[in-house]
Ligand binder design. Structure first.
Ligand SMILES: [Zn+2]
Length: 131
């Protein structure tokens, strides 16, 4: 079976925008990581230490994550999730109502997971709870 590959022409405006957002997220991710003072190239890879295996790389991941501040760590996680969603085609869908999130909102706030209506509603509810 031949797989159909979409050409740029066949891609919708929205899909093209999503790819731009993906690039932006990737850059943001790299900035976050370099801000934490760690160059990815400094991490030993499996070819250098084959005997260490998965456990060691998990260890490195954990140490690395600890060096990031809580807020940055949260953001990095959101960025990772957003990139993953773009890749599997579930990005830009509101978690609460299942509708497509406005592309302009996504461009302004790429890690958002809710449409403006649901987000506003959630914020109102949070305000009520704080009282
Ligand atoms: Zn919604």
């Amino acid at each position: 079976m031949k797989e159909k590959v979409k050409t740029t022409k066949e891609m919708s405006q929205r899909e093209r925008k999503l790819q731009e957002i993906r690039k932006k997220l990737n850059r943001q991710r790299e900035e976050l990581i370099s801000d934490a003072g760690i160059a990815l190239t400094a991490l030993p890879d499996e070819t250098t230490f084959p005997e260490l295996g998965d456990q060691a790389s998990a260890e490195i991941d954990r140490n690395f994550m600890l060096k990031l501040k809580g807020r940055e760590r949260k953001l990095l996680k959101k960025i990772d999730e957003a990139i993953e969603k773009i890749d599997n085609g579930t990005y830009g869908i509101c978690e609460a109502c299942g509708e497509e999130i406005n592309i302009r909102r996504l461009e302004a706030r790429p890690v958002t997971t809710m449409c403006i209506e649901c987000k506003t509603e959630q914020e109102e509810e949070e305000k009520l709870r704080e009282r």
